[in-house]
Design a protein around this ligand. Structure first.
Ligand code: SAM
Ligand code: FES
Length: 340
């Protein structure tokens, strides 16, 4: 069965279709596209959750400012560097520094941290995921040696965005950040949750239309999962099938994109990440954070991988990749065609 997604009507059709044969054709097409670009390779990114302080109050997020039940932590520059060393020993060539929007990490401090990592690991990729900052700030961090930046757009529909975030946050500010990051020269990651409250097939279509315009190098897609202490704590989780479908559609729209099989998918379902690999994903992000802080980076309830040593996480990912007929690949895994 031919999969045609050249018009918005066709995209919307695949978002809402209830025909199992159509879905199988979609996943098959996504697998084939992924294989043409990447063969059987799955890339590794070592994830360092370096702070759970956040000045924002996103309604869905477990580490939002208003959540008084979070024991807050910040890794020291030395601890961050230790994580990088552990990651390097495990063979990872990409470090992802992710955290809440924590004003303690000023440009001066971040430049120092990034420069230190860059000096010790000249050939590794440094990915940042620390929210909205000024263009000047993004430029300074890039000049210090960061290569990639993950900033999910969360939803490309402005009204939906306003239902997920307090008034001081806006979709236009988020989009400005994404375009600035791209102009500076970062490999950029956008993305969204599937099943967030107030989401509709039309807002999901808008997400895909936005991705088609932005053409990011990476797209993080995971299910919304409730966290009990947030305003959305009693809302239902997103659906596994719809999340996989969005991964597959994203693969077809952006054939060269780096798409993670997200931890949230693994939390929603024991084989969620494996299913994502079969739907076109080609990246895994094993955790490198110190064991003592893992549970405190609780974006949602029941998050997996909070009790495993970094080496166990790596072995676990490797097994999962091999079980699906894919091949773990420890190279940097840049966007195809990008000069390092
Ligand atoms: N502060 C940075 C930012 O906002 O981009 C990075 C950290 S933020 C916690 C990373 C991502 O976690 C968000 O972009 C969001 O999509 C995801 N996330 C937050 N709460 C979630 C939830 N309850 N369920 C699923 N994903 C969630
Ligand atoms: Fe800031 Fe979630 S509200 S990271």
């Amino acid at each position: 069965m031919q999969v045609d997604i050249s018009t918005d009507e066709q995209l919307l059709h695949y978002i809402v279709s209830e025909d199992p044969a159509e879905m199988e054709a979609l996943f098959q097409a996504a697998r084939e596209t992924r294989a043409r670009q990447f063969g059987r390779k799955v890339y590794f990114r070592g994830l360092i959750e370096f702070t759970n302080y956040c000045k924002n109050n996103c309604y869905y997020c477990g580490i939002r400012r208003g959540n008084q039940n979070v024991a807050r932590y910040r890794l020291t520059p030395e601890e961050i560097l230790d994580c990088c060393h552990r990651g390097d020993t495990l063979g990872y060539k990409t470090f992802v520094l992710q955290g809440g929007e924590d004003p303690w990490f000023t440009d001066a401090r971040m430049v120092e941290i990034i420069s230190a990592i860059r000096q010790e690991f000249p050939d590794h990729a440094i990915t940042l995921s620390m929210g909205e900052r000024s263009r000047e700030s993004y430029q300074a961090l890039y000049d210090a040696g960061a290569n990639r930046y993950l900033l999910r757009h969360e939803t490309a529909d402005a009204v939906h965005y306003s239902h997920l975030h307090p008034q001081e946050m806006s979709l236009s500010a988020r989009m400005q950040c994404l375009y600035a990051l791209k102009e500076i020269g970062y490999q950029v990651g956008a993305g969204f949750m599937v099943g967030s409250p107030f989401q509709t097939p039309e807002t999901l279509l808008e997400d895909l239309r936005f991705l088609r315009r932005l053409r990011p190098q990476m797209v993080g897609i995971g299910p919304f999962l409730p966290q009990g202490d947030t305003p959305f704590g009693q809302e239902p989780a997103g659906s596994l099938e719809l999340t996989l479908r969005m991964v597959a559609l994203c693969r077809l729209l952006l054939p060269k994109a780096l798409l993670p099989a997200t931890t949230a998918l693994g939390t929603l379902s024991p084989l969620g990440r494996e299913r994502a690999l079969q739907a076109g994903a080609n990246v895994v992000m094993p955790n490198l954070s110190p064991l003592g802080v893992r549970a405190q980076y609780a974006l949602y309830d029941n998050k997996i991988c909070t009790g495993d040593e970094a080496a166990e996480c790596r072995a676990c990912m490797e097994r999962r990749i091999l079980s699906q007929g894919f091949v773990p690949d420890l190279s940097r895994g840049d966007y195809p065609g990008i000069a390092q």
